[in-house]
Design a protein around this ligand. Structure first.
Ligand SMILES: Cc1cc2nc3c(=O)[nH]c(=O)nc-3n(C[C@H](O)[C@H](O)[C@H](O)COP(=O)(O)O)c2cc1C
Length: 184
């Protein structure tokens, strides 16, 4: 697949088959992720692969409760969704790959986000679906969330990405025209 086709064709996929994603495939995705650039070539990323469905269910429930808790302004538009007992933040995807930074640092978010985009583009090129699940962020960054996944205390969870075989094709999502300011 040409890089432009992967970039334009990738979508946030929210419906998955129950078919597992095998270990060699996950390793290929991670191999693509680690080709991303990183500040001072620190490559600070750590990949946590979760395929245990009861554990994903538990993280979904905990994340919904925390994302809906007062004080998290960005969840306000999603309160009805978060209250829905049938809503699963991981859409029952067979795998979650959490990209964390090993010990934070000023470029943790940038480095891990670049790795995440590489991973999502590679998934698309391999006919897999993916979606960044920001709803999981707040819980995974708690002491309890980190302990549940065995993350070191200093680790910073940045990109929780679900991966799986899409149930159906996802239609294109329109883009706003870019605001481009030509200076000089
Ligand atoms: C930082 C970030 C957080 C996101 N969080 C969620 C999420 O919690 N749940 C979800 O369904 N989609 C989530 N998305 C996916 C976006 O909704 C999606 O990328 C956007 O609607 C554009 O659609 P597209 O990726 O198909 O182009 C997130 C994307 C990003 C980059």
């Amino acid at each position: 697949m040409k890089i432009e086709d992967a970039i334009i064709g990738r979508r946030a996929v929210r419906e998955y088959l129950s078919e597992a994603v095998d270990e060699p495939t996950i390793r290929r995705l991670i191999d693509a992720a680690i080709q991303a650039p990183s500040a001072v070539n620190q490559q600070p990323w750590v990949f946590t692969v979760v395929r245990d469905q009861p554990l994903l269910d538990r993280i979904s429930e905990k994340s919904k409760a925390l994302a809906a808790a007062p004080g998290h302004a960005r969840s306000e538009p999603h309160l009805a969704t978060l209250d829905d007992p049938d809503f699963h933040i991981f859409y029952h995807a067979p795998a979650l790959i959490l990209i964390s930074s090993d010990e934070g640092g000023p470029w943790a978010v940038q480095d891990c986000s670049l790795a995440a985009e590489n991973l999502m583009l590679a998934a698309h090129a391999m006919s897999l679906g993916s979606c960044w699940i920001g709803f999981a962020q707040r819980y995974l960054d708690t002491e309890e969330g980190k302990a549940l996944l065995g993350l070191p205390k200093g680790a910073v969870p940045v990109a929780p990405i679900i991966v799986g075989h899409p149930k159906r094709a996802t239609p294109p999502v329109p883009r706003k025209p870019p605001e481009i300011r030509w200076v000089g």
